[in-house]
Design a protein around this ligand. Structure first.
Ligand code: GLA
Length: 671
């Protein structure tokens, strides 16, 4: 067993992308490498979808192509992020073993023809995958080009929830381990209601399609199990690699708006370096702010250490209803926003645009139009920029604010029966984050129960499922002088999805100084007026203060006259409670007032304070860097002093940041 490396050592910021040369004749490969060098590429992911090539028939391996690719890249000084290749099983596997196929909740199979056509709990798939990993890792474990191992690809992207027989068996085993006895399981799931009591673990199924709503405890545990099953696959592959290589191992997370099924707080500790894939999602109201949130959450998973952006796009993707191109300059702004927020690697899917197959309309670093294109020039420019700012690598982002995020709360609020189907957990998180981002505050995203000593303000949006001990970390921190903003639905259920009685907000109730008697959600198009003149939607509550001061009140709707915003002095600190969803402007005002009280400040002062300007500081032992990303169509002035790495010019006192551009200022003295 070789000792794990645990860090990804790279000189500067890594730059590159997925390289899938299987798609082209070998004569193209030399041009690829020459152009990679022109673009400053120094890290490429290979063999992501290589299984069918390296194991064309069961147990028969052919590494001749991959050998040549690795040697060629190595000779050019390009490091390799080597995938195990298990993400897309070749047709022969399902043909011989149809039992590996995933099954949906209505009992139908999902067939091969796409990718990830396997059930994560299939022992047959696992054996075949580990045989491949053994072959790849033993062959390339000591290859000098290999800088990083890339387990599978986006584990759980398509196949996270499978209801196959293998999955059912594994779910039962998982439940046995969690509960020990079926009596404990019955208690946890509340099966006494609706005549659902189980007599043995063998009677339990995965939550398959039913005629009515299903047991929410069962659904929640199925989410936990499914996330764990994928993590087990990761661990199994990583263990095989580790026997042959000391190079760091990771897999690419999907911290993104539409991906809900993996609890990455549980996964992060298994990664030697955190890597994320992020694509702007134009189905959202504010894709740009979601990018910043996702980057901050990825940094949270890395516990503040640098992470790698393993994939994003140079332009349009091909899987949204309308696939938007990027505006001129947006590629650099997006990439450097990730760097500002802690990424030490900027990579893309994929190097050369496919001309065939499912992703032929997906952008790439080298577009169909070739090198005589604006997109290629932007890629080359970005490569130069990334090279120029290499000295920021290894520094860490500084944040005054923490936002508590929980995949379990996301799953629990997605239950089939709930107070309002219009409540979206992630929407609430995004709304709170947007209010903070609009004030230019840098936000760390933390897990429930994470230590809070470094922060001035903690925001807890819709933390529906919370353990008493996790809530106590927040309320104790407030008592010691912290300021927290907790928003509605927080503290509703415990880890077993059981309501905390005695007034909602459960373990937060005393610190918040309120008594919430009934939820009073409102129709989606209803707008609630607030006494302060603000407006709100979605939610109100019949509640009253016990010890809290009422700051704002709902004027109309089913909870007219009830508080909308309260503040409770708790120990040496203050606990604020927001019982509705304010519109963006009102939320911004509320966040500004609370942030000011908490003493949370942006990394730099932006004149005129347009919300589409981002300011973030990364700090090392003896240096700091101020990133300013101007997404507006106006030039802005930011107060800073030092040396701008982008324009290579000194900055004294104030820095002009032209419309649509980025500045990265090595500061003379960090504030
Ligand atoms: C994911 C996958 C890639 C590719 C991109 C397209 O990130 O990992 O293989 O399909 O999506 O956006």
């Amino acid at each position: 067993m070789v000792a794990p490396a645990r860090t990804f050592a790279h000189d500067g910021i890594a730059f590159g992308g997925d390289y899938n040369p299987e798609q082209w004749d070998e004569s193209v490969w030399a041009e690829d490498v020459a152009l990679m060098r022109e673009a400053g590429v120094d890290l490429v992911a290979v063999n992501v979808f290589g299984w069918a090539r390296v194991e064309p028939r069961p147990g028969e391996f052919d590494f001749s192509g991959l050998d040549r690719i690795l040697d060629m890249l190595h000779a050019a000084g390009i490091r390799v992020n080597l995938a195990t290749g298990t993400a897309s099983p070749p047709p022969w596997l399902a043909h011989r073993h149809p039992e590996i196929l995933p099954v949906t909740e209505d009992g139908t199979h999902r067939y091969p023809g796409g990718r990830q056509a396997f059930c994560p709990s299939s022992p047959v798939f696992r054996d075949a995958a580990l045989r491949l990993v053994e072959a790849v890792a033993s062959r390339y474990g000591a290859h000098p080009a290999v800088a990083l191992w890339h387990v599978s690809n986006e584990l759980g992207c398509h196949n996270a929830l499978s209801h196959s027989d293998a999955s059912t068996d594994a779910f039962r085993r998982w439940l046995r381990t969690r509960y020990g006895t079926v009596a404990a399981l019955n208690d946890a799931w509340g099966t006494a209601f609706w005549s659902q009591e189980y007599g043995s673990f063998d009677e339990i199924l995965t939550p398959r399609a039913a005629l009515s709503a299903r047991n929410p405890g069962q659904a929640l545990d199925f989410h936990r199990f499914s996330s764990d099953a994928l993590l087990e696959l990761y661990r199994a592959e990583a263990a095989v690699i580790r026997r042959h290589s000391e190079v760091p191992i990771t897999t690419n997370f999907m911290v993104a708006a539409h991906i809900e099924n993996m609890d990455y707080w549980q996964w992060a500790g298994d990664m030697d370096v955190i890597a994320n894939d992020h694509y702007l999602d134009h189905r959202l109201g504010d894709p740009r702010t979601e990018l910043s949130f996702a980057a901050d959450l990825t940094r949270g998973l890395a516990h503040g250490t640098p992470w790698i952006l393993m994939e994003h796009s140079t332009g349009a993707v091909n899987w949204q209803p309308v696939n938007h191109v990027k505006a001129p300059g947006q590629l650099a702004r997006n990439s450097l926003t990730h760097v500002a927020r802690g990424a030490d690697g900027v990579c893309f899917f994929q190097w050369r645009a496919s001309v065939q197959g499912t992703e032929k309309f997906h952008s790439a670093m080298l577009p169909h139009a070739g090198t005589d294109s604006a997109l290629w020039r932007e890629v080359v420019d970005l490569g130069e920029t990334v090279e120029r700012i290499g000295e920021v690598a290894g520094t860490r982002v500084v944040a005054d604010v923490a936002l508590v995020f929980s995949w379990e709360s996301w799953w629990a609020t997605d239950a089939e029966t709930r107070p309002s189907a219009a409540f979206g957990y992630l929407d609430q998180v995004h709304a709170a984050y947007a209010a903070l981002a609009g004030l230019h505050l840098t936000v760390d995203i933390v897990a429930p129960g994470a230590p809070l000593a470094d922060y001035r303000l903690v925001v807890v949006p819709g933390l529906h499922l919370v353990r008493e001990a996790e809530a106590a970390v927040i309320t104790d921190w407030v008592a010691r002088g912290g300021t927290a903003l907790v928003t509605f639905l927080s503290g509703t259920v415990d880890a077993e999805d059981r309501i905390y009685t005695g007034g909602y907000t459960g373990p937060f109730r005393e610190a918040l100084g309120v008594r919430v008697e009934e939820f009073a959600p409102v129709p989606v198009d209803a707008v609630l007026r607030l006494e302060s003149g603000g407006a709100a939607t979605l939610w109100s509550e019949r509640m009253r203060p016990t010890t809290a001061e009422v700051i704002d009140t709902v004027v109309d709707g089913p909870a007219a006259g009830s508080p909308a915003l309260t503040r409770n002095a708790w120990g040496d600190g203050a606990a604020w409670y927001l019982a509705t969803l304010p519109d963006a402007e009102t939320y911004g005002r509320i966040a500004a007032r609370i942030a000011a009280e908490a003493g949370a400040a942006p990394a730099a002062r932006v004149e005129g304070a347009p919300r589409e300007v981002e300011v973030v500081r990364r700090r090392g032992d003896d240096r700091s860097y101020l990133f300013v990303v101007n997404h507006t169509v106006e030039d802005v002035r930011v107060h800073a002093a030092g040396f701008d790495l982008i324009t290579q010019t000194p900055v004294s006192g104030a820095c002009e940041v032209p419309a649509g551009t980025v500045r990265i200022i090595r500061e003379e003295c960090a504030s």
